[in-house]
Write a protein that binds this ligand. Structure first.
Ligand SMILES: *Cc1c(COP(=O)(O)O)cnc(C)c1O
Length: 690
């Protein structure tokens, strides 16, 4: 095979995003464009000059490297000793995984935050474990926005047109090379969509796109922006995702046994699955619902009300009446599926309710969130005590090969590439500290090369560096640390023990509260006493996240309990030995509970998990707890050095975090739980599976 074709194979399989040696190969081809294209190997290869290419192809060591990377990708794709095949053998089984966003690589900006990154990590781990799974989502012409901060510190959103022909996606075509085009009813219009495919290791992801000339102008733009429109746009998108997504699978000849809805956005898939059974297989409404239910899995992701879609009955009528008339479901039957109390005429249609009522397996994303979700949705099961409400939990995780630094990964991996987290306990303190400082240096380099507000004065590896990066949703309280500005200023400006803070994150375009938090931080960063001590990095994305969770010393997280269903950035941090200081919410409450309470083993708890009536009191108590932790524990420990300049106790905590938390909070662990408890369960009732 020609080297050029091998390079293309490597570029079009996103496996390079968790294979550092392949990514280094692309960087070697043209490091400047590798950066400029946001790590897009397809665009990189398009841009490469003939001269550079000739030169590379004449270089034997380069050609050897390409061959090596290509061989190892082939071996990965063809392996038949995966976790799934060893445990379940070869069988006719697959899972369809639906999500409105996927955070896989920074050159595909079709994610907004944790939900999307989780979905991306889900696909990557499914690939590594050999789980037969196919992803379904939407391809947004303008993606999620790029963030710019203006003079006043106010967030501006930019929506560039993305040319997906120059990304690692391919358009799905039929045998004769024609695009595969599907159709879906959107109110009275027939809307067409094309399908793009991403290769994620062994897993395929299909993305539906209505940006076709054949479509009328307003419908062409259904898939223009992620979370960009009003609720009318939202229902259009969700019809394409749910109903269109099932049709896309069928056009591709795919009939998965299990359907996993990552959040309620895709819940209309229930209707299309029922339509198939009623219209094509002659089942009754009840039979169809029961079959769908027994093979649907639903994961709810947030206790925040705005995170759940509610549609007016008028919208539902306009968009779905004619569709359901055709399949013999009455409008009342449809409404009943989306209402807690079907007879309540004032109740809106809720996608979460639709998903809960049509899935036999429901779960929250941490132990605490499972309980909170049972409470939140208990009125759907009025006859059950709250602890029996059928919503379980599978705690989220992160894809270790994506998030773990390559230096740590090399140390912890055996010859087969499996990570043994306990190995860190044998690593020399000095080596670990040196590796950490190198990652911090790389972070600083990134910060200096990126557009940012607030110049860090003497940003060096020697200053204790705190990171805070996530969506600027108000419950995450990005400015809690500034509750007492004077106190904070004194802490940051201590000449012996200086501290600096890096912020990054986007607010939803319509979330003015979130934008105000960004503005406050940006404005403070521009003047004394915070000048040179805090910086805000624009346009948070996967690349910035990777650097921050590897290169900071402390990862700060202070959501209002119990609003953070899980949180995942802290997991990325802890597996890299970046120590968490967090309120006892989401995954951290669970990590804390499973450890020796009160020990300073692997990080710090802010407060004691108590929830106060008054938000002011809550903020007061928890901000004071942060200052106290900083002054009494974190800062002294960080600056407590031996004669070689090593903070021994700190390094010990890094090792505890890596060995204790690393193995528990991966998507490999998470996927195994989904397979064992949700995907491969015995469904003998309806003889669908096993
Ligand atoms: C991990 C990640 C998130 C989620 O972080 P949380 O701490 O769960 O809010 C959001 N955005 C990006 C880019 C990430 O990598």
């Amino acid at each position: 095979m020609e080297i050029r074709n091998k390079l293309n194979d490597l570029a079009y399989n996103l496996k390079w995003s968790w294979t550092p040696s392949t990514a280094e190969l692309f960087s070697h081809i043209d490091s400047e464009n590798w950066q400029k294209t946001k790590h897009n190997p397809v665009l990189l290869l398009k841009k490469i000059s003939d001269e550079r290419l000739r030169m590379l192809l004449a270089d034997k060591s380069f050609v050897d490297r390409v061959n090596q990377e290509h061989d190892s990708l082939q071996r990965y794709l063809e392996a038949n000793n995966t976790w799934f095949s060893e445990n379940y053998g070869a069988r006719d089984f697959s899972v369809a995984y639906f999500s409105a966003e996927f955070g896989l690589v920074e050159c595909l900006p079709i994610y907004s935050g944790g939900l999307g990154v989780l979905a991306g990590d889900h696909l990557k781990s499914a690939s590594d474990l050999g789980i037969p799974l196919v992803g379904v989502g939407l391809l947004y012409k303008n993606g999620y926005f790029f963030q710019k901060i203006d003079e006043n510190g106010w967030q501006q959103e930019e929506y560039p047109d993305i040319n997906y022909l120059h990304t690692p996606l391919t358009l799905v075509t039929d045998m004769s090379g024609n695009r595969v085009i599907g159709e879906v009813d959107v109110a009275d219009a027939v809307v067409k969509f094309q399908i793009w495919k991403a290769r994620v290791g062994r897993v395929d992801l299909y993305l539906l796109d209505t940006n076709l000339e054949e479509n009328q102008a307003p419908y062409r733009d259904i898939t223009d922006k992620l979370y960009g429109g009003d609720s009318e746009k939202r229902i259009q998108q969700e019809i394409v995702l749910g109903i269109g997504g099932i049709r896309a699978l069928r056009m591709l000849g795919l009939y998965p046994q299990v359907y996993h809805m990552n959040e309620g956005h895709s819940a209309f898939l229930v209707l299309e699955r029922m339509r198939e059974m009623i219209q094509d297989m002659g089942k009754s409404f009840e039979e169809a619902l029961e079959t769908v239910r027994s093979t649907n899995v639903f994961t709810t992701h947030t206790p925040v009300a705005a995170g759940h879609d509610y549609f007016s009955i008028d919208l539902i009528e306009r968009y779905l009446q004619s569709y359901i008339n055709k399949l013999g479901i009455s409008f009342e039957q449809l409404l009943a599926l989306g209402r807690k109390r079907p007879e309540d005429e004032n109740e809106l249609f809720c996608m979460t309710v639709l998903a809960l009522k049509s899935s036999s397996k429901n779960n929250g994303v941490s132990k605490l969130h499972g309980r909170v979700s049972q409470e939140m949705w208990r009125s759907l099961w009025p006859e059950l005590p709250v602890e029996d409400v059928p919503i379980g939990y599978v705690t989220n995780g992160v894809h270790a090969p994506t998030w773990l630094s390559s230096s740590l990964r090399d140390i912890l991996s055996d010859s087969e590439g499996n990570i043994d987290w306990q190995k860190i306990l044998e690593v020399d303190d000095e080596l670990l500290w040196r590796l950490h400082k190198e990652l911090k240096r790389q972070l600083i380099e990134l910060v200096n090369s990126r557009s940012k507000i607030g110049k860090l004065g003497n940003l060096t590896e020697d200053v204790l560096t705190i990171g805070f990066a996530r969506r600027f949703a108000t419950y995450k309280r990005a400015t809690l640390l500034f509750s007492d500005e004077e106190k904070l200023a004194a802490i940051l400006n201590n000449p012996q023990h200086p501290v600096q803070i890096l912020f990054s994150g986007k607010a939803h375009p319509r979330d003015n509260g979130g934008k105000e938090l960004i503005q406050k931080i940006v404005q403070l960063s521009k003047r004394e006493p915070f000048l040179g001590k805090i910086a805000f990095i624009e346009d948070y994305d996967l690349e910035i996240a990777r650097h921050l969770v590897r290169g900071c010393d402390v990862w700060l997280n202070n959501p209002v309990r119990p609003m953070e269903a899980s949180g995942t950035s802290g997991m990325k941090a802890s597996m890299n030995g970046v120590l968490n200081a967090s309120t006892l919410d989401g995954w951290w409450a669970e990590a804390w509970e499973s450890s020796n309470k009160g020990s300073d083993g692997f990080g710090w708890a802010i407060g004691d998990g108590k929830v106060y009536e008054s938000p002011e009191v809550q903020n007061e108590v928890e901000s004071r707890a942060i200052y106290e932790l900083l002054e009494a524990s974190i800062i002294p420990l960080f600056y407590d050095r031996d004669e070689k300049g090593i903070p021994r106790k700190w390094v010990k905590m890094m090792k505890e975090a890596i060995s204790g938390l690393g193995p528990k909070f991966t998507t490999d662990r998470m996927l195994k739980e989904y397979v064992e408890g949700f995907y491969m369960v015995d469904r003998t009732d309806d003889k669908i599976l096993v």
